[in-house]
Design a protein around this ligand. Structure first.
Ligand code: HEM
Length: 144
């Protein structure tokens, strides 16, 4: 007696492209509005639409949906792409604050929300290159 339920990807569970788009849009709107994340906002281009597109494309693949970022730009090498920016604990925490607030707004399923937050918090910590830096790990392909 086996009734196997299909294993859904986070991309499917969140609601696919439209919701991942909404998440990234809200993420950058929040970054643009919150006084607490002003320092993080200043690190970005004045026009955030290019950043939002890239984050959407990256998250699409990272959540198990279409690998849009890789199709356009090749291997993400995300940590390497962030090396031009000084990222310490403050910058990481500001980034994660925006992501937490965006997830709270956009993802109704509490279990999915916390799974996504935990995973993305690890990834954000991996971007640190200042202070007691998160080491550049050898399996960057896996860690993005
Ligand atoms: C931990 C703190 C982080 C900081 C301070 C940070 C900051 C930045 C900045 C300043 C840019 C350049 C955008 C622009 O010029 O407008 C960027 C690009 C990007 N970030 Fe982050 N980021 C962080 C974490 C993350 C995480 C966790 C992800 C993925 C979940 C991510 C995904 C991206 C992507 C996909 C790009 C575009 C890369 C490219 O140029 O091809 N970032 N980030």
């Amino acid at each position: 007696m086996t009734s196997q339920s299909p294993v859904l990807t986070p991309y499917q569970r969140i609601g696919g492209e439209a919701v991942v788009r909404l998440l990234t849009r809200r993420f950058y709107e929040i970054m643009d509005e919150l006084p607490e994340t002003y320092a993080l906002r200043k690190m970005h281009s004045e026009d955030l639409s290019g950043s939002a597109d890239k984050l959407f494309e990256f998250l699409s693949g990272w959540m198990g949906g279409p690998q849009l970022f890789i199709e356009k730009y090749g291997h993400p090498m995300l940590r390497r792409r962030h090396l031009p920016f000084k990222i310490g604990a403050d910058e990481r925490d500001q980034w994660l604050l925006c992501m937490r607030l965006a997830l709270d707004e956009v993802v109704a399923d509490a279990a999915l929300r916390s799974e996504l937050y935990e995973a993305i918090a690890q990834l954000a910590d991996h971007m640190r290159n200042q202070g007691e830096a998160s080491h550049a790990c050898s399996n960057e392909a896996v860690a993005a």
